[in-house]
Write a protein that binds this ligand. Structure first.
Ligand code: HEC
Length: 138
């Protein structure tokens, strides 16, 4: 049985679609990551402005105010702790403050500062930060 021996050119031609596919996939992946960063940019900026002084630039509950606070701000990067809080409670806590969800009054209400959409986006952003999905979906 005669063996087919690919010439260099033939091998290159065979490789081309693979290379093209990798380039396209790589491009899509890069674009998806850029979209992701873009998607969280506004919420991340709001967080830095309104939340980080208590919840920390590292989103870990260790903002500059935290040291002097009798109740520690929630660690938003803690998947277990955040995963236990349903979306509705997160949204209510941000909108109407800690007291409204039987938590500390030290967590301020943001419903008059931020729009409803900004609050919903922040709640989604917190899920992204904790990498913990929605508690209600469990
Ligand atoms: C003045 C300090 C302070 C600021 C500013 C602040 N928080 Fe808080 N936050 C707290 C404290 C303290 C707690 C913990 C309350 C408790 O466990 O009783 C908390 C808890 C939370 C919780 C958890 C609520 C729950 O049901 O357990 C969420 C979500 C939250 N904050 C989001 C935010 C967001 C978003 C912002 C910015 C828009 C923000 N916080 C700004 C102090 C603050």
């Amino acid at each position: 049985m005669p063996m087919f021996k690919a010439t260099r050119l033939e091998r290159r031609i065979a490789f081309a679609p693979f290379l093209a596919a990798m380039l396209i996939l790589g491009g899509l992946w890069g674009r998806a990551r850029a979209d992701d960063a873009e998607k969280w940019k506004e919420s991340s900026r709001l967080y830095d402005t309104y939340c980080a002084q208590c919840h920390g630039m590292g989103r870990n509950g260790k903002g500059i105010n935290a040291r002097s606070m009798p109740v520690q701000p929630r660690d938003h990067a803690d998947a277990k702790g955040m995963g236990a809080i349903p979306d509705a409670e997160i949204i209510k806590a941000i909108t109407d403050g800690g007291l409204s969800v039987n938590k500390s009054v030290l967590m301020p209400a943001w419903g008059k500062v931020l729009s409803r959409q900004q609050i919903l986006d922040l709640a989604a952003y917190l899920r992204h930060v904790c990498k913990c999905g929605t508690a209600s979906a469990r």
